[in-house]
Design a protein. Structure first.
Length: 184
């Protein structure tokens, strides 16, 4: 089964497991109030029966949240896999090839790609609507981006060490200058 189809099924199941129990809780409370108004006395067995049903519906609502979180996890996995796949390619790639590799539909490839691109990732990649291909940037841009990420990571680690008091201010400044010159 395709992963995007499984995600859709889980989303629909989550909605069903959320809204049907909510309606049933409303009906149970309504029926309980109606029965209490008719009998004009608090019948303990009636209240317990309705309470057990309401408790069961709350359990279904909690289960709905678990199903929804699994669906979200699949969506995150698809985003991660697509990002990794695209970053590992050097040539333009057809949507069908990506879809087959990731076990998702071509439409999901495109929507996920656009979602990732809107987040600021893969901003150098281009989608060619005529050929239905995703075109990576020249490899020099990718190398530059990777080098920038490594530089930022090293500077963050250096700042962390300074904040924890593991290195002095002077050592921090010297190491920072070396990192920024490209001699870590």
């Amino acid at each position: 089964m395709r992963r995007d189809l499984l995600k859709l099924i889980l989303n629909i199941s989550s909605l069903i497991l959320l809204y049907i129990p909510l309606v049933m809780i409303f009906l149970e409370v309504f029926n309980l109030l109606r029965d209490l108004a008719i009998t004009r006395s608090a019948n303990l067995s009636l209240i317990l029966n309705r309470s057990y049903s309401i408790l069961l519906y709350f359990i279904l609502i909690i289960f709905s949240d678990l199903v929804k979180s699994r669906s979200n996890k699949i969506a995150e996995e698809i985003e991660t896999d697509l990002t990794g796949f695209l970053l590992s390619t050097k040539d333009k790639v057809d949507l069908k090839k990506i879809a087959d590799h990731l076990n998702i539909s071509e439409n999901t490839v495109l929507t996920t790609f656009l979602k990732i691109k809107s987040k600021g990732m893969l901003k150098e990649f281009i989608f060619d609507s005529e050929s239905k291909e995703i075109i990576p940037p020249p490899s020099s841009i990718l190398i530059s981006s990777a080098e920038d990420l490594i530089l930022k990571a090293k500077l963050l680690e250096l700042e962390r060490l300074k904040a924890e008091g593991k290195i002095s201010e002077r050592a921090y400044e010297e190491l920072k200058k070396e990192i920024e010159r490209g001699r870590p």
